[in-house]
Design a protein around this ligand. Sequence first.
Ligand SMILES: Nc1ncnc2c1ncn2[C@@H]1O[C@H](COP(=O)(O)OP(=O)(O)OP(=O)(O)O)[C@@H](O)[C@H]1O
Ligand SMILES: [Mg+2]
Length: 112
Amino acid sequence: MKKIETIIRPSKLDLLIDRLEGIGIKGMNIFEVKGYGAQKGHEEMYRGVTYHIRLREKIRVEMVVSDDMVEKVVDTIIEAAKTGNVGDGKIFISPVEDAIRIRTGEKGEAAL
Ligand SMILES: Nc1ncnc2c1ncn2[C@@H]1O[C@H](COP(=O)(O)OP(=O)(O)OP(=O)(O)O)[C@@H](O)[C@H]1O
Ligand SMILES: [Mg+2]
């Protein structure tokens, strides 16, 4: 099993959830986050004065999936979240040792 965390533009969230449901992802967590990447924020002009905005609002989607779903999930995220402009986000993948469904005690992939 792998944990896939992806940081995306807030405007892409609905589409991404639809697409992930479409490929059979059964559970996920959504977080509102603030962060920055390589551009380290951006400039915004207000009443003629330029301000440096350090953090941008993003959405983090977290899900644990079976190993054989990883490639499909990554492709789906890219397809849903890519605009081609800076700030499209990132995908992070890490190993998950085990999962347990509390109600039944099922373990591993059966618990997803
Ligand atoms: N190395 C990182 N670790 C954790 N979160 C990150 C990392 N890099 C970016 N993020 C998060 O992802 C968001 C979007 O990053 P972004 O897509 O701007 O990355 P980038 O490296 O600047 O690429 P690009 O040049 O395409 O903009 C950031 O606002 C931040 O929340
Ligand atoms: Mg960036």
